[in-house]
Design a protein around this ligand. Structure first.
Ligand code: 48H
Ligand code: FE2
Length: 252
């Protein structure tokens, strides 16, 4: 065949514009494509709900690509071993209860699981505000192209409507901060010092609805509720993503 550049360009614009229009309204919007957001999105989408994952960076994976101090390995403890198996992530036991996995494989397998479950990805897209109307419930997200934010351009955003929103933005708990600043709650306690054991159990407990329509999971959950940090052990991120999915599925 003879390739036509304009047809290629039309195909890309048409396909993505169609998807954007379709996802102006969705069941669940996950903000942040790190481990907790990926797990959460896959487990909700596999039940047949319309799930979009919004990630400001070019690539999905958040803080998991880098493993620990750029050694591309993660540690997962026994409590989350079943999720390594669930997502077919190769792992080996280092010492009783401590499993190592390749960070790049872990990101890839979680991403594949989310894609296969039907999650639609919107990368290079920044959530810059939230929509709360008369009913006092978080009902939408204000989005913009990430390069607009990065270059400081004064370009107004667009808005999408969602039944539930998950703040999976990691240490910064970006969405919870927006809501807190404008609505006076949730109260944000901030992240504590390194204390892996405490942090890993707390992150699951802190995974909850913190404002009507807004769930937090992953590091964002500990940042909101004053939990500690845990370094490159990722079982809590997997379990937190799962817990957010279970709680949201009960409400949908
Ligand atoms: C769109 C955004 C926005 C925005 C941020 O940091 P993450 O990997 O998040 P988690 O919670 O799933 O995993 C945390 C883990 O990676 C980690 O840092 C751990 C375990 N640390 C322990 C320690 O002691 O340090 O991913 C969050 C994602 C990133 O990809 C951001 O780019 C994205 O959210 N994001 N996307 N709009 N406004 N803000
Ligand atoms: Fe981190």
């Amino acid at each position: 065949m003879t390739l036509d550049e304009i047809t290629i360009s039309r195909a890309i614009i048409s396909d993505y514009m169609h998807t954007l229009l379709e996802y102006m309204e969705m069941d669940v919007a996950i903000v942040g494509g790190g481990p907790s957001g990926l797990v959460c999105s896959a487990l909700i989408a596999e039940k047949g709900y319309k799930v979009g994952l919004i990630e400001k960076k070019l690539s999905i994976g958040g803080g998991m690509w880098g493993g620990g101090m750029m050694f591309p390995r993660i540690v997962v403890q026994s409590e989350a071993k079943r999720l390594l198996e669930r997502f077919n992530i190769t792992h080996s036991e280092f010492s009783p209860g401590y499993y190592t996995a390749r960070s790049i494989e872990a990101v890839s397998k979680l991403t594949t699981a989310a894609v296969d479950a039907g999650v639609e990805f919107f990368n290079l897209t920044t959530v810059e505000d939230v929509m709360v109307k008369g009913d006092g419930r978080l009902s939408g997200l204000v989005i913009n192209w990430q390069p607009v934010e990065a270059t400081g351009l004064h370009v107004d955003p667009l808005t999408i409507r969602c039944r539930m929103i998950v703040d999976a933005t990691g240490h910064d708990a970006v969405i919870a901060h927006y809501v807190s600043k404008k609505m006076g709650k949730p109260d944000i306690k901030g992240e504590g010092t390194m204390w892996a054991d405490n942090a890993e159990s707390a992150v699951v407990t802190h995974t909850k609805e913190v404002f009507p329509g807004l769930f937090v999971c992953g590091m964002a959950a500990n940042a909101v509720s004053g939990g500690h940090r845990m370094g490159p052990v990722f079982g809590g991120m997997f379990l937190s993503g799962e817990s957010a999915a279970v709680q949201i599925l009960q409400q949908l």
